[in-house]
Design a protein around this ligand. Structure first.
Ligand SMILES: [Zn+2]
Length: 103
């Protein structure tokens, strides 16, 4: 199962939006900032730019957009993870969001 197929199962709507982000080249910047960590800047639908950080090994992720405040897997994160696979051949399997107050 590819990363895209995986996301289409667990988060169908944001995955469709993520594919649109990729098709419109709205990932402005993406770079490995550590062995297992990628940082990216993604332009949202409103034109605002959000920062996304993904820890590949741990399957953890973070985005500065309002949808991700509660730790949800947003379209920006999904777009970055799909781009990661396309660019570096890295398959990330994100952990489900942790509930507020955990860890
Ligand atoms: Zn986001």
């Amino acid at each position: 199962m590819s990363v895209v197929e995986y996301f289409a199962k667990v988060a169908r709507k944001p995955t469709i939006s993520a594919i649109r982000i990729l098709n419109q080249n709205r990932i402005l910047y993406m770079e490995m900032v550590d062995v297992d960590v990628v940082a990216a800047m993604v332009r949202g639908d409103s034109g605002s730019v959000y920062k996304v950080v993904v820890n590949i090994r741990e399957g953890r992720y973070y985005c500065t957009c309002p949808a991700n405040i509660r730790g949800r897997l947003c379209k920006h994160i999904i777009a970055v993870i799909i781009a990661l696979e396309r660019k570096y051949g890295v398959a990330v399997r994100p952990k489900p969001p942790s509930s507020p107050g955990s860890e």
